[in-house]
Write a protein that binds this ligand. Sequence first.
Ligand SMILES: [Zn+2]
Length: 413
Amino acid sequence: MDLLTPDEAAVLDGVVTALVEARRGIAAFQALEASLLASAMALGVSRADGSRGDGDMPVREIAAEIAAALRVSDRTVERRLVEAQRLATRFPATLIALTDGRVSRAHVDVIVAAGERIEDAGARAVFEQAVLVVAERESASRLRPVALLLAERVMPTTLTERHESAREERRVEVQDLDDGMAQLLAVLPAALAHGIRARLSAMATAVKDADPAESRSHDQLRADLLSDLLLAGEPSGHDADGQLGAIRAEVHVTVPVLSLAGVDSAPAVIEGSAPIDPDTARVLCAGAPGWERVLTHPVTGTVLAVDRYRPSADLRRTLRARDQRCRFPGCRVTAAHCDIDHVHDHAHGGATAHDNLAHVCRRHHTLKHHSAWTVTLTADRTMTWRSPTGREYPESPAPPGIAFTTDGDPPPF
Ligand SMILES: [Zn+2]
């Protein structure tokens, strides 16, 4: 291995110096962005304090304004507003260190994650001072365990108290993966999570023991048993009168007709979400009680017509096939979980027709009715959202392609 020549060393030295400077500049800009978001949040919070009712509406109104301008979802902006405010008000020394470029955004995330549970401002300041010393000389990943330890040292509460509040965050989420798969994620008290896996393992072993020809792996069996229990089991602990057990899962799937006929292998789509493979789609459709034919323009993908049976239900499905998801810019809430909104208010003469109706999720429906955001729907199905500062954001429905949707109605052909 040859040594660098003096010339090469000089070039590399220049690059490294410039990179260090660039990272310092990036950190300073990130600090600036956080400060700006914190000011926007402060504006929202002070307006919310002064307003009559409607809680966080001023914050949401502001988040929607910023989100549309930056072309990101307003939920993301709302989260960033909260994070920025937390950084600016609870970790001021860390924000200054970021502004100076002494630490990176990654360090800041570690410090805030470790220190956010420290309620006492004095204890938090002690933590910040100690953790920043380490942050200025270690990578963010090496900082994490140190930060957790330092936070633990100044924490006045016991693990029991902290578990009590951590339990409040329990939840279930779905994250789409590639190849027609998705990940079901449950955040639970550790004892329950381990108990669930242990029970599934014991069941999987029992299945294997009962049938030596069983070819599924333990992993596959655990996954199948989990699905079976959750889709068909009854929650006895919550279900005094048996009503919860009667609730059945409902998934809306759009299938290109040629795939259904086996001519083509274009993927089907779970409404507004992930593509699934044609074989799974054919199995699901075989069990569907009815069909809805959606005719779309071959080039633009615009929904032209849906075969009609009952006008109101058909209109509903035409809209669903057209919109697929909430029509606020950037929002991904699927149509099944949206309200159908009269764009021009029904009470003021707005028609119940496809050119005056659109899917809007509950969050953006309330935003439209209780803030300065306004919206218009034009004949080409474009919805134009007008923000409180007067910016305009046109939003078009997703082109669905030629498709069939299944629903609980008689077959049209
Ligand atoms: Zn929405």
